[in-house]
Ligand binder design. Structure first.
Ligand code: PLP
Length: 427
C-alpha cells in the first residue's frame, strides 16, 4: 500500500514490512561491510547497474535504504541518499553538479557551518558561491550566469527565522534552467519544498528527524522533478560521459530506474569516491526518530507558539523572533510555505545586552545549554559568546545576532515546565 499521510509514512513508508528471514518488525541493523553475491552473473549485473542491489556498505546498506525510502516518501521525492552528517549532505549537493570554474548562488541566511563550507572550503576547489539576500528573490536571477549550477537556501534559517521564498526562487530557477536545493532541516513535516518547486531537499538528520540528540547524519532527497537532460551543458556531471563509469551519461543511464539521475550519480560516484556514508546503526536511530517525527513536530510547534507569546509580553524582553509573530512579507511567506506550525526555533533579545544574555543562560535549570537544535528536550544558547563569537559586533549584527540575543530550540516537554524555567531564569 502507498500512504500519503506523514504520520503513516513515518511508520510504514518504503518496502520494509517485516524482515523476510526473521519476521523482525523493527528494521534490522545490517552491521556488515559487504554482501555475498549469488553468482558471478549477479555480481556483474550489480556492478553494471543492470540490477540494483547491495554490494558494499560505503555505497548502500539495507538499514540506510529503509531510512532513505521513508524520508524520500515523506518529502514527496523520487529517491534519497543517507550520508554521515548534514555537512556531508550539503557538500555532496553542490559537488554533484559543480566542477572547478562553476558557481552556485546561495542565500546569505545560512547555518554557520554551511557558510564556512561555501565561503572558504569550496573556494579551494575552484567553486564560487555568490551570496544574495533572500529578501529580494530576483537577486538570484541577477547573480546567475551560464556556469551557475544551482541555487541553495534554508527553509527556516536561524537566527533571522524568516521563511525563504521557495516558490519565487524555484520559479526563477525553472525559468533559467537552474535547480533550487533546499536545506529543510528546521522544517520537516511542516514544509514540503517540492510542492513549491524545489528540485532537491536535504536534511541534517542530526536535528528534528533524529530528535533525540544521539546521532549525526544527513540525507539528500531527489525530487525527480527536474529535467537535467534538457539543461544540456549546464549540467556537465550528468550529461557528459563519465570516464569513471564506462562512459555512462547519468541523465541517460538513470532512465530505466526512474527520474533519479541526480541521486544515482551522487551514490555511484561521490559516495564511492569520497566516502562519508551513514553508519547502519545511525540509520536505525534515525528510523526510530522518524516514527514519531510528525507527532513531535506538532508539540514542538505548539509549544514554540506559546513561548513566543509569553516572551513577547515579558518586560525584560526587547523583541522576539518567531514566524508566528512575523508581519508583512515575512508573514506572507511563512503562511505560504509552512503548514501546521511555524517550527520550534525561536530567538529573543534581552534588554540587558550581553551580560543579561550570559546570566540568563547560567540560570536555566531545565533547558540544556548546547550548540544543537531539534532535540526533544528544550535547548538554549547565547550566540554572541559562542556560535558567533568569532565575528565582530558589526558582522554579528549583519547575521541577526545582537549582544542580548538568545536562541531557543523548544522541546516537547509540558509547556508549563518550559515557561516556568524561562520565568525563573528571567527573574
Ligand atoms: N543545516 C542546518 C540548518 C544545521 O543547523 C546544521 C547543523 O547545525 C547542518 C545543516 C549541519 O548538520 P550536521 O551537524 O549534521 O553536519
Amino acid at each position: 500500500m502507498t500512504y500519503t499521510n506523514p504520520e503513516t509514512i513515518a511508520l510504514h513508508g518504503g518496502s520494509h514490512r517485516a524482515d523476510p528471514n526473521t519476521g523482525s518488525v523493527a528494521v534490522p541493523i545490517h552491521q556488515t561491510t559487504s554482501f555475498q553475491f549469488q553468482d558471478t552473473g549477479h555480481a556483474a549485473r550489480l556492478f553494471g547497474l543492470a540490477e540494483l542491489g547491495n554490494i558494499y556498505t560505503r555505497i548502500m546498506n539495507p538499514t540506510c535504504d529503509a531510512l532513505e525510502t521513508r524520508v524520500a516518501q515523506l518529502e514527496g521525492g523520487a529517491a534519497a541518499l543517507a550520508v554521515g552528517s548534514g555537512q556531508a549532505a550539503t557538500s555532496f549537493c553542490v559537488m554533484n553538479l559543480c566542477e572547478a570554474g562553476d558557481n552556485i548562488v546561495s542565500s546569505t541566511d545560512l547555518y554557520g557551518g554551511t557558510y564556512n563550507l561555501f565561503a572558504n572550503t569550496l573556494k579551494q576547489f575552484g567553486i564560487e558561491v555568490r551570496f544574495v539576500d533572500p529578501a529580494d528573490p530576483e537577486a538570484f536571477a541577477r547573480a546567475t550566469d551560464s556556469r551557475t549550477r544551482c541555487y541553495y537556501a534554508e527553509t527556516l534559517p536561524n537566527p533571522k527565522l524568516q521563511v525563504f521564498p521557495i516558490a519565487e526562487v524555484a520559479a526563477i530557477g525553472r525559468r533559467l534552467g537552474v535547480p533550487l536545493i533546499m536545506d529543510n532541516t528546521a522544517a520537516p513535516i511542516i514544509c514540503k519544498p517540492f510542492q513549491h518547486g524545489a528540485a532537491i531537499v536535504m536534511h541534517s538528520t542530526t536535528k528534528w528527524i533524529g530528535g533525540h540528540g544521539t546521532s549525526i547524519g544527513g540525507i539528500i532527497v531527489d525530487g525527480g522533478n527536474f529535467d537535467w537532460e534538457a539543461g544540456g551543458d549546464r549540467f556537465p556531471t550528468l550529461n557528459r560521459p563519465d570516464p569513471s563509469y564506462h562512459g555512462a551519461v547519468w541523465s541517460q543511464a538513470a532512465k530505466p530506474l526512474g527520474p533519479i539521475a541526480y541521486i544515482l550519480r551522487m551514490r555511484t560516484c561521490l559516495l564511492r569516491d569520497i566516502g562519508a556514508p551513514m553508519a547502519p546503526f545511525n540509520a536505525f536511530m534515525f528510523l526510530q526518530g522518524l516514527e514519531t517525527l510528525p507527532l513531535r513536530m506538532e508539540r514542538h510547534c505548539s509549544n514554540a507558539i506559546r513561548v513566543a507569546a509569553y516572551l513577547a509580553a515579558h518586560p525584560k524582553v526587547a523583541r522576539v523572533i518567531h514566524p508566528s509573530l512575523a508581519q508583512g512579507e515575512s508573514l506572507k511567506r511563512a503562511e505560504a510555505h509552512l503548514k501546521g506550525g511555524y517550527g520550534s526555533l525561536l530567538g529573543f533579545e534581552l534588554k540587558g545586552g550581553k551580560e543579561a544574555g550570559q546570566a540568563f543562560i547560567e540560570k536555566l535549570k531545565m533547558f540544556y545549554h548546547v550548540a544543537n537544535i531539534g532535540d526533544a528536550r528544550s535547548l538554549a544558547i547565547h550566540p554572541a559568546t559562542t556560535t558567533h563569537s568569532q565575528l565582530n559586533e558589526a558582522e554579528q549584527a549583519a547575521s541577526g545576532v545582537t549582544p542580548g540575543y538568545i536562541r531557543l530550540s523548544i522541546g516537547i516537554e509540558h509547556i508549563d515546565d518550559i515557561i516556568a524555567d524561562l520565568e525563573q531564569a528571567l527573574a
